[in-house]
Structures are given as C-alpha cells and as structure tokens.
Write a protein that binds this ligand. Structure first.
Ligand code: FAD
Length: 527
C-alpha cells in the first residue's frame, strides 16, 4: 500500500530504498521485458494500444512542443488504465518509461505528451454513462475524459449546470481539474477544483482509489491542481446548481486602470449582483466599439459611435447576469442599479441578451471562425499569471504602459478572484493575498512572421514580462506552469515544494507520470 514519508530523513530512507528497488527491477526488465512495446502487447485489456499512428499524441494546442510517444492506449475501461499503469510501475524506474494522460490535448507546452512513453487517450474511456443526481445537493458523475460541453448539455436536461467554468468548454474534466479551471464565475464559486465532491483515481502504482474530502483526502487534494503528477482521474463527481435560461452580457470601457480595478474588486466582494466578472485590456485598437456592435447593443448609440479607441490603452469590464424569463423585470432593475454604481465611460456601455448555453459556449463560436480561416492551429505562446492584488498596479504600469505596444496578437484577460474560494489543501500554487488577479496573455503567432506578431517576438515579450515580475519581486505565480529546471519548479512551489515531493513519493513512487515536464522525471522526488 501507499506509505507517506513526511520528513527529510524519511526521504533519505526512501531514496536508498528506491535505488535498491530500481536495481532489482532493472534486472527484471532485462529478463522479462526485452522490449517495452512487446511487453505492452501482452497485457489483457478491453481497449487497445496503437504503436503506429502516434503523431497526433505529439501535438497540442500550444503547437510548439512535440514529443513522440512509443504507444497510445485507447482504454475502454478504468481497469485498462490501471493494468497499464501497474505494468509500467512493475517495469520500474529504470525503464525511464513515462505515462501521460491526454484529455483534449489543449495543453500549451507538451504537458499531455510523453516522450517515448505511453499516452493514455482519456476521451476513449467508455463504459460509464454520465449520471445526473438531482435533490438538495445536485451533482453529476462523469468520466475523467468527458468534455465540459457534454456535461453542460446533459445536466441542462435536468435543469441543472456546473457552477464553475472555464471560458472554453471543449476541454476535459481531467485536464482542467489537473490545473484549476477558472473563469468569471470563480470569484463566487472558486475554480472548478473547488467544486468537486469525489474522484476516482488510478495512482502511479496502478491502484484504483476513490477519494474525497472524507476518504483518502490527501490523494484527493493532491490530484486537484496536481498537473497530472499524482495519478489519473478516471471519474469525478461535480457539484451542480439550477441552470438559467438567459444571460445579460455586459461590456463597458475604462481609461483609468485604478478605476477599472476598483470597480472589479467591488464587484467580486460581498453580495455581487453579477454571476460572472472578467475584463480585458485593449492597447491601440481601431474601431473597437464598432466590432462589438454585431453582438452587443450600445445603450447610447450616438455617443458610442463617436468614441475613439485608436492609439489608447483601454480596460474593458465584462459582466454577466443569469436569469429566467419570468424574472426579467426584477433582473433589469437590479442590473440597472448595480451598473449605476460603476465608474466606466458612460457612452461605452453595451448590453446583449443571449441564451445561457450560448454564453457559456461563447469561445467555441470563435474557434469555428478561426478554424475556417486556418488560424486555430497556429503556435500559441500563451502566458497565464496570478498576480497579488497589491502588485497589480506596478504590473500594469510596466506591462501595459511600456512592454506592450498593442494587443493585436490576441486577447489579454484580467480579472480578480477571492482566495477564500480556493482550498489551500489542493496542489495548485497561487499567491498569498486574499485577492489576486488572473492576467492571461492569449497570443496566437502568425506562422513564419518575424514581426511583432511572430512567435519569436511574442516569446521575447513574454520573457520581458516574466523578468520584470521577477526583478520587481511581485510574488507572481504562473498558471498552467511549465518549467525546464528543478530550480524553477522549486521556486514555483515555494514553501509547498516539500509537500509536493512528499505527495509525489507517496502516490507515484517510481515517478512515472511525467507529462512533458522534464523536471518531474524520476528520480526527482528523491534527488
Ligand atoms: P490536456 O491538455 O490533454 O491535459 C492537461 C494536463 O492534464 C496534462 O498534464 C495531462 O497529463 C493532465 N491530464 C489530462 N487528463 C487527465 C486525467 N484524466 N487525469 C489526470 N491528469 C490528466 N483554463 C482555464 O482554467 N480557464 C479558461 O478559461 C481556459 N480557457 C482555455 C481556452 C482554450 C482555447 C484553451 C486551449 C485552453 C484553455 N484553458 C483554460 C486551459 C485549459 O484548462 C488547460 O490547457 C487544460 O489542461 C486543457 O484541458 P485538456 O482536457 O485538453 O487537457
């Protein structure tokens, strides 16, 4: 069974044990497993391995990293995953064989890839039908490879929906729960990892373990935000709430950053009228409000038509209020009162009403458009940062006022969340302050461009931003992190490094689950 090694001395004991253990296993490999592919072929599973068509598993949304695996497992059952992971564990650390779960492959830097390892295609996991449970505390049981869009469709049949979202729903449960899963609802409900009741996990030894706040809680919290390092999520129980029919979707513009963030912070504190609070930065964009007109109505069309965005740095607040048709009058009044307390430029207030489903699945519409123009499968050098509230002004001054000259490479999201809604027992690393901001630079690089919109220039800009944060000591943490040295990972985890190492040695003792993150290759836990 799994053993916990909390202290440094215990780590040394474990290390000596592992060295011994690995040497025994190396002999075993030589005797019993002349070739890894053929040893995998001997496994009795319901699904199958593919050793030939593996190129797609070496690609992801980031479109910058490509590691060819040895094999892709298409599991039909949880037991297929357990058998495979257990087999790899039996082979032992000496084999250097890694296993990575792949959700929808929307990682940015190879996190769901396994160089010369085994990629488990979670979307082919079958045999478990989504089950919605109604009642006072409704929830849905789903497979780890399920897409959030399918969960929304199914739960809506029961008048229910998950509480916390990502902006884009064509991502898997296992993929977002391994990170955090955040969007404009997080200020109220916390990230998706704060809205899970229970998980079924295949650990690094191939054991199938149920876990929750009450049962095997350390494993439960390790896996949530755990970057796929402690096990593979095969099922999850997600908390639901009553769904709504419609959404009031509102945008407005600010020129002053301090006023913009003051309003954002007011909106996420206490009893907010709104269900969703986000925002974005616009630098030097022409005809911004005109672009909104296809989907939003200006409250003051004449004034709005005279507003000029060209050459300016603007901050757009984005809000949403869910409602049902029968509550329309009340909601209109409530929204009007709340908006009157904000300090945006009055002529820039735009409101739209859309069906609930259309609002939640809004990014998919952009995906379809971008795909049709061949602009979806370009490199995406995204940079996602968590910034403490007390440092957001220094950050904005330098980054929006100096480093960036325009926002033509892609949107820059910025919105605050309440730390009290994040459970500090999970593995995700966030700043220490009660309120912190997500700032997401969602750049798309124009292939073969050497200009500002090319990959090289965007990466230089990202590095300047990171260097500034480091030198200015802003206490920034990366979201969806990727580093290449142990020192960088150690600094990312900060005081949580020891806990990370302990959890890794407990749940993945031969450190086989190393999804593209070189630092997590064994024997990281013991070095
Ligand atoms: P993959 O990329 O396949 O995997 C991601 C990581 O999780 C890998 O380390 C993988 O090994 C691991 N993993 C996958 N499945 C499992 C499993 N079952 N068990 C254990 N580990 C597993 N994130 C947000 O928080 N908010 C957003 O609004 C948001 N918007 C996005 C919009 C777009 C267009 C894209 C491309 C990404 C967005 N993301 C957002 C980031 C997204 O949440 C992560 O990239 C996520 O990892 C992608 O999910 P996936 O299912 O494709 O996972």
């Amino acid at each position: 069974m799994l053993v916990s090694f909390p202290g440094q001395n215990n780590m040394l004991v474990l290390r000596s044990f592992m060295i011994l253990f690995f040497s025994c296993i190396t002999i075993k490999i030589n005797l019993c497993f002349p070739s890894i592919p053929s040893s995998l072929k001997t496994l009795s599973i319901d699904g199958h391995f593919d050793f030939e068509q593996v190129e797609h598993a070496a690609k992801d949304f980031g479109n910058r990293y490509s590691y060819l695996p040895l094999a892709v497992l298409y599991p039909k059952s949880v037991s297929d995953i357990a058998t495979t992971v257990n087999h790899v564990w039996q082979i032992g650390g000496g084999s250097e064989l890694k296993v990575a779960a792949r959700g929808h492959g929307h990682s940015l830097q190879g996190q769901a890839q396994a160089h010369r390892g085994v990629v488990i295609n979670m979307e082919s996991l079958q045999g478990f039908k989504m089950q919605v449970h109604t009642g006072n505390f409704p929830y849905v049981d789903v497979s780890g490879g399920e897409l959030w869009i399918n969960i929304l469709r199914e739960s809506l049949k029961h008048g229910l929906a998950p509480k916390s979202w990502t902006d884009y729903l064509h991502l898997t449960v296992g993929g977002t729960l391994s990170n955090a899963g955040i969007s404009g609802q997080a200020f109220r409900h916390g990230p998706q990892i704060s809205n899970v009741y229970q998980l079924e996990v295949v650990t690094g030894k191939g054991q199938v373990v149920n876990c929750s706040e009450k049962q095997n809680s350390d494993l439960f919290y390790s896996v949530l935000g755990g970057l796929g390092q402690f096990g593979i999520i095969t099922r999850a129980r997600i908390s639901l709430e009553p769904a709504h029919e419609m959404v009031k979707w509102i945008r407005m513009v600010y020129t002053d950053f301090a006023t913009f963030t003051r309003d954002q912070e007011k909106l996420i504190s206490g009893q907010s009228t709104f269900d969703y609070v986000e925002g974005f930065v616009i630098i030097n964009r022409t005809g911004l409000l005109n672009n909104w007109r296809s989907s939003f109505n200006p409250q003051d069309p004449l004034q709005a038509s005279q507003f000029k965005s060209d050459g300016r740095t603007l901050f757009c607040l984005e809000l949403a209020k869910y409602f049902n048709h029968e509550d329309m009058v009340l909601v209109n009044q409530e929204v009007k009162t709340s908006l009157s307390q904000l300090n945006h430029i009055p002529s820039t207030l735009f409101i739209s009403e859309v069906p609930y489903m259309e609002f939640l699945d809004r990014v998919h519409i952009s995906e379809i458009k971008l795909r049709s123009r061949g602009l979806w499968e370009v490199p995406h050098p995204w940079l996602n940062l968590f910034i403490p509230k007390s440092k957001i002004h220094s950050f904005a001054q330098e980054v929006f006022g100096n480093i960036l000259t325009d926002t033509s490479s892609g949107p820059i999201l910025i919105y605050p969340v309440n730390k009290s809604k994040w459970d500090n027992r999970t593995s995700v690393v966030i700043p220490e302050e009660d309120v912190f901001y997500l700032v997401a630079f969602l750049s798309s690089a124009v292939p073969s461009s050497t200009g500002n919109d090319g990959l090289e220039q965007i990466l230089i800009r990202n590095k300047r931003i990171l260097d500034f944060c480091e030198i200015a000591g802003l206490g920034v943490k990366q979201y969806l992190p990727h580093f290449s040295t142990q020192g960088e990972w150690k600094s990312h985890f900060g005081p949580h490094w020891e806990a990370f190492i302990r959890r890794k040695s407990t749940y993945d003792p031969s450190a086989i689950l190393a999804p593209g993150q070189r630092i997590f290759q064994k024997p990281i836990a013991y070095s």
